[in-house]
Design a binder for this molecule. Structure first.
Ligand code: ARG
Length: 476
């Protein structure tokens, strides 16, 4: 029921006005305004369903549908909310009354803002999953392009941030591609989780009019209908799943950013940042700061905080809708908005990075081929344990002499193990070490080429996007 002075949807049973302090706290229009296209869409469909249920005449249903379309046009043209609009649903209801008069009052029959907001938030989530997929894929494309042009360039790979073994630089680049590929699978899954229709659940017990939920499902593009109205109005698992997906992506971006920031330091010098995505210092003229990457790393903390906020909200709630749930959208929008800012910035920063092949090659010391030397002895018949001990003594000797393994004389090798022959120095070549690791998933040239082919395949746009199935049953 509409209160005509403030257009409240619920004023009837109250004799004194709501306290200003509660109105200020309760108002969510500042956050949920953006749901308007989805609220208009679901309300138009609801009008059709009410006609189907015999609640509205065809005339009334069409009038409401057209009225909502006009409201949508005004909102698209920038119509603003009034301070008295509690939330986006109230705003649209008020504007619909302004547009078509009293027949608008029939639209809210059989539904509640509880099933309405859950439906609108799900539609928003399904829609944004498509945008997230595009943004993640764009970053993957940049990674792929770098990997494809790096060719046979080599660099050190690190464990514990200590030089470990030589790898192809393309292999390192693609090590950041596959986490994003998993994120894209999670985006599809989050979209599917959102694609369950709550509309028709009413406030908590279901709709008392015989509306067709299958019609609602099909016309709104949901892939199924919720099974339980109590669950449907209080379920925000889909928000949690999307927030986890975003937090995981943000974590991956943060790790990439951290690699690049380290590799861009003068001490490493593996990469050089470009102009468009770095900033200078107000004090130190020589500085070039990788702000885009640092902001990406920093914003990951917020995404994780958003997920934690939602889970903490959910864990204490009794079943059904509770007003605490109004804040689900704050964290959802914050996390998604942030990642949609961060993804293109990281893609841009990565795109303009130049690799310094010479510096990467120079960081490959022969001691990093210690494992290859052990393999050499194994191939000549030693056990791996025995070989490991022999190489350990050579490493100790090189540390004593303050030199790399390849600076030790052949006599040292032969003293360490009798199976060492004159060909040992060939085995200290990084390219040879890399070439030997050609198992699928390894850093050898054939393996990396196969990996590039798989990556290219993964980047192919798929017809089945991250949305539910759209039957498009709109009747009017
Ligand atoms: N603005 C509310 C939200 O976002 C809409 C639902 C309000 N429901 C209610 N029973 N007051 O959750």
């Amino acid at each position: 029921m509409s209160d005509h002075t403030t257009h409240k949807l619920w004023g009837g049973r109250f004799s004194t006005p709501t306290a200003a302090a509660l109105e200020a706290l309760n108002r969510s229009i500042g956050t949920d305004y953006r749901l308007w296209p989805f609220d208009i869409n679901l309300s138009q469909t609801w009008a059709v369903a009410l006609w189907g249920a015999g609640v509205l005449t065809l005339e009334e249903s069409k009038k409401i549908e057209r009225g909502l379309a006009l409201v949508g046009q005004k909102l698209a043209a920038g119509a603003q909310s009034l301070p008295s609009d509690e939330d986006v649903h109230t705003l649209i209801d008020r504007m619909l009354h302004d547009e078509i008069g009293d027949v608008a009052s029939k639209l809210h029959t059989g539904r509640s803002r509880n099933d309405q907001v859950a439906t609108a938030t799900r539609l928003w989530s399904m829609d944004v999953c498509t945008k997230l997929d595009v943004a993640v894929r764009a970053l993957q494309q940049v990674m792929f392009d770098h990997a494809a042009t790096l060719g046979d360039v080599l660099m050190p790979a690190y464990t514990h941030l200590q030089r470990a073994q030589p790898v192809s630089a393309a292999h390192w680049m693609l090590s950041h591609f596959w986490p994003l590929e998993r994120d894209r699978a999670r985006i599809v899954s989050a979209s599917r989780a959102a694609a369950v229709l709550p509309l028709g659940s009413g406030a908590i017990a279901g709709c008392a009019f015989p509306i067709s939920r299958v019609l609602l499902q099909g016309s709104l593009g949901f892939s199924s209908v919720s099974q339980n109205s109590i669950d449907a109005v209080g379920d925000r698992d889909f928000v949690a799943e999307l927030l986890f997906t975003v937090a995981m992506t943000a974590t991956h971006l943060s790790r990439l950013a951290e690699d690049l920031i380290i590799y861009g330091s003068s001490e490493f010098g593996f990469v050089q940042f470009g102009d468009a995505f770095t900033t200078g210092s107000s004090m130190m003229p020589q500085k070039r700061n990788p702000d885009a990457l640092e902001l990406a790393r920093g914003s990951g903390a917020r995404a994780i905080g958003d997920l934690t906020t939602l889970l903490t909200t959910l864990k204490g709630l009794p079943s059904g809708y509770n007003k605490d749930l109004q804040d689900d959208k704050r964290v959802l929008f914050d996390a998604v908005d942030t990642i949609l800012l961060v993804l293109p910035a990281v893609a841009g920063a990565l795109q303009e990075i130049r690799f310094n092949n010479r510096r990467m090659r120079a960081a490959l010391s022969s001691s990093m081929m210690a494992t290859d030397l052990a393999d050499y002895l194994v191939e000549k018949g030693a056990t791996f344990r025995e070989a490991h001990t022999a190489i350990g003594s050579l490493i100790r000797e090189s540390e004593r002499e303050d030199c790399e393994l390849d600076a030790l004389p052949i006599t040292s090798f032969k003293a360490a193990h009798s199976l060492f022959g004159d060909d040992v120095f060939d085995w200290l070549e990084p390219a040879r070490s890399v070439a030997r690791r050609d198992v699928p998933g390894g850093t050898g040239p054939n393996a990396v080429n196969a990996q590039l082919r798989s990556a290219k395949e993964a980047l192919r746009p798929v017809a089945d996007a991250a949305r539910g199935n759209e039957l498009v049953l709109r009747a009017v």
